[in-house]
Ligand binder design. Structure first.
Ligand code: SAM
Ligand code: SF4
Length: 496
């Protein structure tokens, strides 16, 4: 409870004007009615308050980056402006990731620096959002009593309401299960060309290594009309590429009502793609992350038939061994994964395939690990995000006795990374001399004479920022580039 034990010590360590308003804790220890009050919609463009400057640091996945953009939009609507540097900001928000231990530890080291700042400048507002906030809840206040607000990912849209409570002198924890209301604020997006659009929040899977379901809650799909409306707004503001986002995007629509006359669910990712494909001005569509268990042939056919859907698929396989996949509770076999890729390649021969993989899962033998390596060679991935297994609190695999030693993890990860790089380089070779359509996203940060963009297959591509006639190439241009240099994960070329 808020008033007992170590938490009381934490409160006592707080500046005097601060009061604890524990809306709830991850353990559900204390809840006040305030937790159920949806936040007032922050006034759009209401900069009158002139509240000072903010800084957001984002750790982790695309989902977190999308949440940060929405929270930045809310802060700007409240009257905050972006600070030139973290150490000059009046409000610092860390949007955190807890997928692996090293991501979590990084947050604590950042927080230490800000806590020190707060001790000499009590007016500083410190916010921890995202998955570490959800996982630790109240315990985070015990560890860092200087914090003003600890808020789980489901509360991103409520930032304005939560900060109002902070302004009233309360210290707030918002981690209770929350229905994510349709977001009427507008995100402050980093790109002017490519935008993320959340279509489903949360995850109902129970992969034995993964903390996501416990920190991001149950699946909540947005209505197709709301998604399309958001995309139309983005198109009107000049965005040309949309990536639809979900932790398990193939689950889209499972929680929405309706059955078709053929007996199918009325709302699936495939139907959504058809629904949003016609949004005028949007030239490219992508989606992530796909789950092999639910990836359908109907979806593959839609991707092949809908011209705006790009030929890039991010489908994590996690392991190349069936017994490890079973222990991970992934719900598919390596053979099913192979068949998905075969089907994609039969309809879209040049499609790029990327994935996530975990090595050194508890009990993974050398032979099982080698099957993962073989699968990477066999499939010929364009990119693979690799990780050594990291035990996460509250997940089943973290308590299993057959954890592998750190040395094994490091060795496997190193060998894996070298293989991924080699396979990606081999895959990249096919671009040599080809003409690729590139959507320009901005300047090359390392070379002011160049711009960069992506091919439909998601390869980063660099080329000269001016046409032969001297006119500038600008973000949003769709151009054709002849590829003359290939690297493992990027390309260079010249305008056709
Ligand atoms: N929903 C996606 C899926 O099913 O593949 C992935 C979401 S998760 C945010 C991103 C990646 O983090 C996973 O694909 C997995 O490879 C990795 N990951 C998750 N938990 C992990 C753990 N405990 N240790 C190492 N890597 C982990
Ligand atoms: Fe985690 Fe599995 Fe859900 Fe992906 S599908 S977010 S790995 S539980």
């Amino acid at each position: 409870m808020a008033g007992s034990g170590p938490l009381r010590q934490a409160i006592e360590a707080m500046p005097e004007n601060k009061r604890m308003a524990v809306l709830s804790s991850a353990a559900g220890a204390a809840t006040t009615a305030a937790a159920d009050i949806p936040g007032p919609a922050p006034a759009q463009g209401d900069a009158a308050a002139g509240r000072g400057s903010y800084w957001i640091t984002t750790f982790g996945c695309q989902m977190n980056k999308a949440d940060s953009e929405r929270m930045a939009g809310i802060l700007e609507a409240m009257g905050y402006r972006e600070a030139p540097a973290e150490l000059e900001a009046d409000l610092v928000l860390y949007n955190t990731c807890t997928i692996r231990d090293n991501a979590e530890q990084k947050v604590y080291s950042y927080l230490g620096r800000q806590a020190q700042r707060k001790r000499v400048n009590p007016a500083l507002t410190l916010v921890v959002a995202g998955c570490v906030a959800q996982q630790e809840g109240e315990a985070l206040l015990r560890r860092v009593p200087e914090l003003d607000l600890v808020m789980g990912p489901q509360h991103a849209n409520r930032l304005a309401a939560l900060l109002e409570r902070v302004e009233q002198g309360q210290q707030v924890v918002a981690t209770e299960e929350h229905h994510i209301l349709e977001d009427i604020t507008s995100a402050r997006r980093d790109s002017r060309v490519c935008a993320w659009v959340n279509v489903i929040y949360g995850c109902n899977e129970r992969c034995t290594y993964c903390v996501v379901p416990s920190v991001r809650g149950k699946e909540q799909s947005r209505l197709p009309q709301a998604i399309r409306l958001e995309m139309e707004g983005l198109a009107a503001r000049g965005y040309r590429e949309i990536t639809l986002l979900g932790q398990n995007i193939d689950a889209y629509g499972r929680d929405l009502p309706g059955i078709t006359p053929e007996g199918r669910r009325a709302h699936t990712l495939t139907d959504l793609l058809y629904h949003v494909h016609e949004v005028e001005g949007i030239e490219r569509l992508r989606f992530a992350t796909s789950h092999p268990r639910y990836f359908t042939e109907r979806l593959i056919d839609a991707c092949a038939d809908l011209p705006k859907v790009c030929e890039h698929f991010h489908i994590p396989f996690q392991s190349g061994d069936d017994d490890v996949l079973r222990a991970m509770a992934r719900g598919y076999t390596v053979d099913r994964y192979r068949r998905i890729i075969e089907r994609i390649r039969s309809r879209m021969p040049d499609a790029a395939i990327s994935a996530d993989v975990i090595v050194a899962f508890p009990g993974e033998s050398d032979a099982q690990y080698r099957r993962t390596l073989s699968l990477i060679e066999e499939i010929g991935f364009d990119q693979v995000n690799t990780a050594a297994y990291s035990p996460r609190p509250g997940t089943p695999a973290a308590d299993w006795p057959d954890q592998l030693e750190e040395g094994v993890k490091v060795e496997r990860l190193q060998e894996l990374n070298a293989l991924v790089e080699r396979v990606a380089r081999q895959r990249s070779a096919r671009y040599q001399g080809r003409i690729e359509q590139v959507l320009v996203e901005g300047g090359n940060p390392r070379d002011s004479e160049q711009v960069m963009g992506r091919t439909r297959s998601n390869r980063l591509t660099f080329f000269a920022a001016r046409r032969p006639d001297g006119t500038a190439i600008v973000p949003g241009d769709l151009v054709e580039v002849r590829i003359d240099t290939v690297r493992s994960f990027s390309l260079s070329g010249s305008l056709v």
